[in-house]
Design a protein around this ligand. Structure first.
Ligand SMILES: Nc1ncnc2c1ncn2[C@@H]1O[C@H](COP(=O)(O)OP(=O)(O)OP(=O)(O)O)[C@@H](O)[C@H]1O
Length: 243
């Protein structure tokens, strides 16, 4: 079953084409990483797929619903954890999770069950009573992703989930994402080759708004006759653009 199918998906800002005729197909349960240098068009792609920004041209079908003609149906099935961590700083970890569960209309028992599940999955049980503002960056990011999962989305978008995290916090977040694999479709954007390599089933490499290649790590290396994902990335026309 296909979770996401984009056709000629395009976004222009005045004379700038941020996303240029993207055709991509992502299966249900897949963890798909979008890799690209700054300005490649990753965030703009995610914004269109999450119905936060309308395409200039083209469309995307998410679980049977069009982002252009039926964005409400799409929004019911997806959630996004944005680049900026979105937590209520003065609420505790548990209160943040409870708040979201209540917003989605879960009953008292369902709230308790879901909150417990999220605290365990994201290793936040020990800090459940701590105010969000006292957490480390990595823990805040884990809480933010847990909050995005409360509504049981079928597709989760993670926009640079480990940006700015130290290596330990990054590994802890990877472990949490690993636990979700298979049960939910995840689209992840990242700058980090090792992150894409560690987590994803397939990788799409974007450059200047275009999708340059899609495949598993070994497929991308074979296609470019390289021995590492980083070399494949550079070989796919991104040389000189890397910051
Ligand atoms: N609202 C906007 N108005 C004008 N140009 C924009 C707007 N949003 C994005 N762009 C441009 O579109 C291009 C793609 O940006 P986008 O943020 O999607 O890239 P990205 O791959 O997510 O980059 P980063 O890794 O830095 O987050 C960039 O050249 C950017 O300047």
């Amino acid at each position: 079953m296909i979770a996401i199918q984009t056709t000629n998906l395009t976004k222009k800002f005045q004379d700038k084409t941020a996303v240029n005729s993207l055709d991509i197909s992502i299966d249900q349960g897949e963890l798909f990483a979008l890799l690209g240098v700054n300005g490649a068009g990753k965030t703009t792609t995610i914004k269109m797929l999450t119905c936060l920004s309308k395409p200039t041209n083209g469309d995307a079908i998410l679980l049977g619903n069009s982002i252009v003609s039926n964005p409400h149906a799409v929004k019911e099935k997806i959630n996004v954890s944005p680049q900026e961590t979105a937590v209520a700083r003065n609420l505790s970890v548990k209160e943040n999770l409870e708040l979201i569960a209540q917003i989605y209309g879960l009953g008292k028992k369902a709230v308790d069950i879901k909150v417990e599940e999220m605290l365990t999955t994201f290793s936040l049980t020990e800090v459940s009573k701590d105010k969000a503002k006292t957490l480390s960056g990595g823990m805040q990011r884990r809480l933010s992703i847990a909050m995005a999962l409360i509504s049981n989305p079928q597709i989760l978008f993670l926009d640079e989930p480990t940006l700015g995290l130290d290596v330990i916090a990054r590994r802890e977040l990877w472990a949490a994402i690993e636990k979700l694999k298979g049960s939910i479709t995840i689209i992840l954007t990242t700058h980090y080759m090792e992150e894409a390599e560690a987590l994803s089933d397939r990788i799409g490499i974007m450059s200047k708004g275009k999708l340059k290649a899609v495949g598993t790590v070994s497929e991308l290396m074979a296609k470019t006759e390289t021995k590492t994902l980083e070399d494949a990335f550079v070989s796919l026309g991104t040389k000189g653009e890397v910051n």
